[in-house]
Design a protein around this ligand. Structure first.
Ligand code: GLC
Ligand code: MG
Length: 427
């Protein structure tokens, strides 16, 4: 991971289903709260790692369904596949390690002899992961019998039971915990061990994450029985692990606060932005705040907006220009005035805006070029704009004095999905 030149301030390693993503929250509010917190306060100097049981195919599907951020590192298929960055470049060194004492065809052959096991979908069978469904009361006995058979063949495998139904067979050196240990070792060699690491999970395949030394851990409030049982038997007295009282991503935010790992107020929980200027001095925060205001504006959720609108206008450089994705241009100040005509046009409708990969590059002592992906969900339609913002702080030394927007340039992203109408982008 070359994006950061110095050790990450915080590395979050989070499971997805029922941890980062709450499948019972159709509005995805806790995920959106986490996203705003991450992009405004952490993205520029911290690392986000998603560690999921899903294969690349099902992981991509989830990203199409839910407003998820782009992680810096993706660990898929229960710690058997590690990829880096937006382009998901695979870690071939990890694959080499997993080949030890592993023979996939023997694993499949032997497992076939157990009628209690039902093979999972083809997409979930990976080079170093063979997965089945099995009923809760049969899982333990079947695992034990399987282990004996594999040992006879000289294989060294690991069997993990998750979610009260999934049984994964992996090489002994694989798993979410081992994959994290591998990453930490790599960072250490490069002199970039994160200052703090927080692991987050809800089910059996996450247990290993909590046994890595030095890390903080949060089991979200909705954690599965098998994880809580593992914790009670193995890590009960570890003060660095908590069982949150909040569900999913809200539990992650809770843990950041509990362990004092950094700011833990999501901009989504701040109603009056004029109030929250001083502690947040990075350009990412300024941009998150603007797009959140824009969402609330269109949802008619802003009261007493004249002062904020005036402050926005004051923050636009008089000669600043906004180049729209269509190619047409207008002045930034006119853009703010133009917002009046769309106040509340999404009231009572499904409408959310979130931004991803907010990456600032300092281009002079007080100016940043910030790139980001801006997503807008409106009903069934989801649009993504690649956005570049040039922004400067009024006072070079203390950005808390406020920012000036100099330029905004947007183009449609290839990542855009389900796009029917290009004509209605305002910001
Ligand atoms: C995900 C995977 C599945 C695996 C389960 C538990 O649901 O799709 O293959 O068994 O996680 O690790
Ligand atoms: Mg999970």
């Amino acid at each position: 991971m070359d994006r950061l030149k110095t050790p990450a301030r915080l590395m979050i390693v989070s499971d997805l289903d029922h941890t980062m993503v709450d499948h019972h929250d159709s509005e995805n509010l806790s995920l959106l709260r986490f996203n705003a917190l991450w992009e405004s306060n952490y993205r520029h100097d911290s690392l986000l790692v998603f560690s999921t049981g899903r294969s690349p195919v099902l992981y991509k599907k989830l990203r199409e369904e839910k407003p998820m951020l782009t992680p810096d590192i993706t660990i898929m298929s229960v710690g058997t596949e590690i990829t880096y960055g937006n382009f998901m470049v695979p870690d071939d060194g990890w694959v080499e390690i997993l080949n030890q004492k592993w023979d996939r065809s023997i694993v499949i052959e032997e497992s076939k002899k157990f009628p209690e096991l039902t093979l999972q979908a083809e997409t979930e069978l990976r080079p170093h992961k063979v997965s089945f469904y099995v009923e809760k009361d049969k899982a333990q006995a079947v695992s034990k019998a399987l282990m004996e058979r594999f040992e006879k063949h000289g294989l060294d495998v690991k069997i993990i039971y998750s979610g009260g139904m999934d049984l994964d067979i992996l090489p002994q050196g694989a798993g979410k915990g081992q994959a994290l240990a591998y990453l930490l070792k790599k960072f250490k060699t490069e002199g970039k061990l994160p200052n703090n690491t927080l692991v987050c999970g809800d089910s059996g395949n996450d247990a290993e994450l909590f046994s890595i030394p030095e890390v903080y851990g949060v089991m979200v409030s909705n954690a599965q029985e098998e994880l809580l049982k593992w914790h009670a038997e193995n890590a009960k007295n570890n003060p660095k692990i908590i069982h949150a009282t909040e569900r999913c991503a809200a539990g992650i935010i809770q843990a950041i606060g509990h362990f004092g790992l950094g700011p833990n107020t999501s901009p989504r929980d701040v109603m009056d932005f004029l109030d929250c200027k001083l502690e947040n001095v990075n350009p990412g925060h300024e941009i998150v705040k603007f797009y959140l205001f824009y969402e609330r504006w269109r949802r008619a959720e802003v009261e007493n907006f004249e002062p904020y609108l005036a402050s926005l206008k004051a923050a636009c450089d008089p000669s600043g220009v906004h180049v729209e994705p269509t190619g047409s241009e207008h002045s930034l100040c006119d853009g703010i005035d133009g917002m009046r005509s769309i106040y509340g046009d999404k009231q009572g409708k499904q409408f959310r805006v979130w931004i991803d990969r907010v990456l600032p590059t300092q281009i002079s002592s007080n100016t940043w070029l910030v790139t980001l992906n801006k997503w807008e969900l409106s009903g069934e339609e989801c649009k993504c704009c690649k956005t570049t913002v040039i922004i400067s702080s009024k006072d070079a030394a203390v950005a808390s004095d406020g920012f000036t927007w100099l330029h905004v340039h947007q183009t449609w992203s290839e990542e855009e999905t389900n796009l029917k109408d290009h004509s209605t982008i305002i910001f």
